[in-house]
Design a protein around this ligand. Structure first.
Ligand SMILES: NC(=O)c1ccc[n+]([C@@H]2O[C@H](COP(=O)([O-])OP(=O)(O)OC[C@H]3O[C@@H](n4cnc5c(N)ncnc54)[C@H](OP(=O)(O)O)[C@@H]3O)[C@@H](O)[C@H]2O)c1
Length: 237
């Protein structure tokens, strides 16, 4: 077949990044990102997750980091992946790095706190062993740190635009608390069949109650597609 196909422009997702950069500084703005397979998985059953997405999605993630004041991850992601959380594949500065570690499970010496580029913070409900990071203690409710409290605490420290980078549990908690303005899902054309789900939200028996965000889609040059989803936000009401 000789169909005429036009390659997407190199930076087709720039519009999605601009929405983050141009968000009002008057209130917190939260974007979450998740790279996943067509069947909604972020890792295989053995935990292998590098790399489900192609290089375009990774570049988008780094560009997204460069648009925000802080990148926030759950302790599970630090333990599983030992990420740097810095900006390396796109122009711009690395944001502050924030880890949610409610019970002080994090051990010192991992890469996120040794990349000497931007300040590091640990949010917990008790103590932390991480002396290289500023400790933000917050009250816990049944083992949970309320996402709205986390956002407020960071906003008071001057971190207005936040990227919730993962993992599944952390992003799902922020979405359930209606604390995410935009969700960037980077969908890779691969079927994994089983493994860790990207989002784990409260089940809806009634389809009419399912979230149906307004979505813009952007094809990346290597076959992945960015879904930029505007999630409803009662804080604006
Ligand atoms: N595909 C992607 O885009 C992407 C991005 C990042 C990570 N990942 C993958 O995701 C996996 C890790 O995800 P995960 O769901 O297991 O872990 P996670 O979301 O990184 O961390 C979850 C843990 O963080 C703490 N936490 C987060 N939010 C909290 C809150 N509001 N209140 C209290 N505690 C909170 C809890 O710690 P405690 O357990 O101590 O209570 C929770 O169990 C890894 O396999 C990683 O490779 C994928």
């Amino acid at each position: 077949m000789t169909g005429l196909r036009t390659a997407p422009p190199e930076n087709s997702a720039d519009e999605a990044l601009r929405r983050v950069r141009e968000a009002s500084p008057e209130r917190p703005f939260v974007v979450a990102q998740l790279g996943q397979s067509l069947d909604g998985r972020i890792a295989t059953v053995t935990g292998e997750s590098r790399y489900i997405n192609g290089p375009g999605a990774l570049t988008h993630l780094h560009a997204l980091r460069a648009c925000v004041d802080a990148v926030v991850v759950g302790v599970g992601t630090i333990i599983a992946d030992d990420p740097l959380l810095t900006v390396r594949r796109a122009p711009g500065k690395s944001p502050a790095r924030v880890v949610i570690d409610p019970s002080g499970r994090l051990e010192p010496g991992l890469r996120w706190e040794s990349a000497d580029e931007a300040p590091c913070y640990v949010i917990s409900g008790g103590n932390t062993k991480i002396t290289a990071a500023t400790h933000i203690p917050l009250p816990m409710d049944n083992g949970t740190l309320a996402p709205a409290r986390i956002i407020d605490a960071l906003f008071k420290l001057g971190m207005r635009r936040l990227l919730i980078e993962g993992g599944a549990r952390t992003i799902s908690g922020f979405i359930e608390a209606n604390c995410v303005d935009r969700l960037h899902i980077l969908l890779a054309p691969v079927l994994i069949g089983s493994g860790k789900m990207g989002l784990d939200l409260i089940p809806q028996g009634d389809l009419s109650r399912a979230r149906r965000p307004v979505v813009h889609t952007y094809p990346l040059s290597d076959g992945d597609v960015l879904f930029d989803c505007a999630l409803s936000d009662p804080r604006k009401a």
